[in-house]
Design a protein around this ligand. Structure first.
Ligand SMILES: Nc1nc2c(ncn2[C@@H]2O[C@H](COP(=O)(O)OP(=O)(O)O)[C@@H](O)[C@H]2O)c(=O)[nH]1
Ligand SMILES: [Mg+2]
Length: 303
């Protein structure tokens, strides 16, 4: 087993053991009937897979095995297969290479979602793969945000651009010019996430985007929304809010280790159709990894 596969399995334990225990309790060597299907649907909903997804999965199970004897293991296997099929179109890795340089990655999300940490982890991974990159401390509202990004920048040994004032757009402009001059392959921009002042936040994001496009009309090459899985169904609301302000090009789902609501990733995939580039199952650099539909589905339905 690879290190990542182990970490993923471990990380999804809270969700998977809840699902597995639930399925074992519900399936007691009986024929698959309506009552069991209804209970399974409730179990999936309560694990945040979403009402539509839960119904869909249960219908597929019924189609395959209605009125037949079935074991908990078979239920988990069928669910895992169907979830993999559902997730497959969303499993698109992010390759930070484009027609123009630098490849600009704008990172969005509410406070605490895991933006800064995710940028740090990606910076280290991409640096190790040989990319030349720099970071921009665009969350100019939290004093600690810059210090936190500084630590990650040192760890990855990449330059960090910091603003002397609270003007994030000005900072981004200067940082992109410097990155172009240096010939950076990638620039990652951290942003503020004060959702309690939605209008201001969205205006600032739009402004940052305009400034980026002054330097390169085709940028940002990626606009990533970071979602905290522990917020469950609320993550779906966040997608809508950010989509209104800027075109989100892809998602990163963090903290799948901290919750029994890990099923929310399936709901997010099905309801938004957006690419899920990577997932996080912990605080270490190795805990962020490219999203694989098969690995996720398999480990979600592990015992
Ligand atoms: N358990 C766990 N914690 C995470 C993960 N990703 C981020 N965190 C933690 O969540 C907290 C908030 O992250 P941060 O990057 O500061 O969020 P930001 O406000 O969006 O920049 C930090 O303590 C991170 O270490 C994850 O995948 N799993
Ligand atoms: Mg931050």
């Amino acid at each position: 087993m690879t290190t990542w596969f182990k970490r993923l399995k471990e990380g999804l334990k809270k969700t998977s053991s809840r699902l597995s225990e639930g399925i074992t309790t519900l399936i007691t060597h009986r024929k698959l009937d309506d009552e069991m299907l209804e209970e399974l649907e409730e179990l999936l909903i309560s694990s945040d897979l979403g009402v539509a997804t839960a119904r869909d999965l249960v219908q597929k199970l019924a189609k395959k095995r209605y009125n037949q004897n079935i074991t908990p293991e078979e239920v988990r296997e069928i669910f895992a297969e169907e979830i993999e099929i559902l997730l497959n179109p969303c499993a698109l890795p992010l390759t930070p290479k484009g027609a123009s340089k630098p490849f600009v990655v704008l990172v969005l999300g509410v406070n605490g979602a895991g933006k800064t940490t995710t940028i740090g982890k990606l910076a280290k991974q991409w640096k190790d793969q040989g990319y030349q990159l720099s970071l921009v401390a665009g969350d100019t509202f939290r004093a600690a945000a810059t210090e936190q990004l500084e630590i990650w920048a040192k760890r990855a040994n990449v330059p960090l651009e910091v603003a002397p004032t609270k003007d994030a757009a000005g900072l981004v402009y200067d940082a992109l010019q410097k990155a172009q001059t240096r010939g950076d392959d990638i620039v990652m921009i951290d942003t503020a996430g004060r959702l309690h002042n939605k209008t201001l936040l969205m205006e600032e994001l739009k402004k940052i985007r305009r400034v980026i496009q002054k330097i390169d009309p085709t940028a940002p090459q990626a606009t990533l929304l970071v979602l905290d899985a522990t917020t469950g169904q609320n993550a779906l609301t966040q997608v809508k809010v950010f989509q209104e302000a800027v075109d989100v090009s892809g998602l990163i789902v963090t903290k799948l280790d901290g919750t029994a609501k890990g099923g929310v990733l399936v709901a997010i995939a099905q309801q938004t159709g957006l690419p899920i580039h990577a997932i996080g199952v912990g605080e270490a650099i190795e805990d962020l990894h490219t999203f694989s539909a098969k690995d996720f589905a398999k480990n979600l339905m592990e015992r």
